[in-house]
Design a protein around this ligand. Structure first.
Ligand SMILES: [Zn+2]
Length: 343
């Protein structure tokens, strides 16, 4: 069973909001290419849902996109699967083209459309994650009682080749279509029950509590300035901004579309770009509203709490309330105050 479901990672949602809201074309193109890479990775991970659905619910605990902090660094695991016999780390790659695994030089070479790109070797990446997780667990709870295994899953239909067929580490590379079989093999290989299911679930839940989503601070990691962000409520039909509010309804002058809730998406964009804190003035400014009374009503409906009085009042937008009305494929950033990291 999933303890942490497959959802679009928070930082990919941020790229999505940036790429729609950035005015300068060159910055927008950069955000769009980051979004494209992020979504390709996510789609690859999402495609594992089917093979993973064969794992018996009652003894396998699956965490998608788990990111932990070891006191000095963050490390992120695409899938962490725990059962009473072993812990499995899956590093997922969704890269098109011809892929050559060079285990000697620890690199992955991709050839596509007469272009060659070099990536870090995913086998080493998965092994490093294995070590990091082991040390993380050891530092907090003593030596883990469960053996840990790591595999690389190729989600794309890429053509694969290796430089050294004799290297046993090559066997860690699995095509998505073979994942089900590989899981059966792992189950046979690790047949000793080391912990009871209840304790394994407890460890999995404890790991979940420690998850720290990656949050991008765009204004310190790119040349973008807050003024580069397009303000106003965006039309969900044609994408034009701003929609105008009349009698509680947002109207699009460009295509005539009307919406009662279009401001929620705009506030979600604001949350993803600037963070959860918003004053009445910032709300009016971003939604391009004249009325402080309407802004107050809107903020009260979507804030989890506020601090301060009158003009200095700061509302804390609730990610959950803002997303409830839209899709549920989003990873929530956590209920604590947002930490901004730049890695
Ligand atoms: Zn429109």
């Amino acid at each position: 069973m999933y303890l942490k479901k497959i959802k679009i990672p928070y930082h990919v949602q941020q790229y999505e909001a940036f790429s729609r809201r950035l005015a300068p074309a060159v910055l927008r193109a950069d955000a769009q290419s980051r979004l494209k890479r992020g979504m390709a990775g996510y789609r690859g991970e999402q495609s594992l849902d089917y093979p993973l659905s064969y794992l018996p619910n009652e003894e396998f605990f699956i965490l998608h996109n788990l990111r932990l902090f070891d006191g000095a660094h963050y490390f992120q695991i695409d899938f962490l699967i725990l059962c009473p016999r072993f812990i499995l780390i899956l590093e997922v790659k969704n890269i098109a083209g011809k892929l050559t695994f060079d285990t000697e030089l620890s690199q992955l070479i991709r050839e596509l459309d007469q272009t060659t790109d070099v990536f870090d070797d995913p086998i080493s990446q998965a092994e490093n994650l294995n070590t990091q997780l082991f040390e993380w667990l050891e530092a907090r709870y003593g030596s883990p009682a469960l053996p840990t295994a790591d595999r690389v899953v190729i989600a794309s239909p890429a053509q694969l080749q290796v430089t050294d067929l004799k290297n046993h580490r090559i066997k860690k590379i699995i095509r998505r279509s073979n994942l089900k079989r590989a899981l059966v093999k792992l189950n046979q290989q690790y047949s000793n029950e080391c912990l009871d299911t209840g304790l394994v679930e407890k460890i999995a839940r404890m790991l979940l509590v420690q998850h720290q989503p990656r949050i991008i601070d765009i204004f310190s990691t790119t040349p973008a300035e807050p003024n580069d962000i397009i303000r106003g409520v965006q039309c969900p039909e044609c994408g034009e901004t701003p929609m105008k509010r009349e009698n509680r309804i947002w109207h699009c002058a460009s295509c005539g579309h009307e919406s009662k809730k279009a401001h929620l998406v705009a506030l979600l964009d604001y949350f993803l770009i600037f963070g959860p804190a918003m004053t009445n003035r910032q709300c009016r400014d971003f939604l391009m509203l004249d009325s402080a009374t309407i802004a107050k009503k809107i903020l009260q409906a979507v804030a989890s709490h506020y601090e301060g009085e009158n003009r200095a009042r700061i509302y804390h937008l609730s990610f959950q309330l803002l997303t409830e009305a839209s899709d549920d494929e989003r990873e929530a950033p956590g209920n604590e105050k947002l930490r901004v990291t730049t890695d």
